[in-house]
Design a protein around this ligand. Structure first.
Ligand SMILES: [Mg+2]
Length: 109
């Protein structure tokens, strides 16, 4: 489902966070909470871009709107989600497969 190439990049991002941006003695639960907060930040930014596209934002924000920014916020959400999954040792491909199987069995597609 999600290409191994992207998952390897996510592992590099996580390693970079561990080695360059977070204090060495950060406990794992703090890193997970920080990753979770980051995901929420990015979903908020995506929501803001969606509202802007739907003309539900201040005029100055609407004037600066670009579809590329909207696309970047979608990417930020996916990347932040994958970082959180990696931090929590979630096998995202397996989780997606099992969840899609469950949705399919109840007639979702
Ligand atoms: Mg963002």
């Amino acid at each position: 489902m999600i290409k191994q190439e992207l998952l390897e990049i996510i592992k590099k991002i996580v390693s970079n966070l561990d080695n360059k941006f977070w204090e060495k003695d950060f406990p794992k639960d703090k890193k997970i909470l920080l990753s979770c907060v980051k995901l929420q930040e990015e979903t908020g930014e995506l929501a803001w871009e969606v509202l802007t596209q739907l003309w539900r934002a201040r005029q100055e924000k609407i004037d600066k709107f670009s579809n590329q920014n909207l696309e970047f916020e979608f990417a930020d959400v996916v990347l932040s989600l994958l970082v959180l999954a990696e931090k929590m040792d979630i096998d995202i491909n397996n989780a997606l497969k099992e969840k899609l199987d469950k949705i399919q069995k109840r007639g979702g597609f």
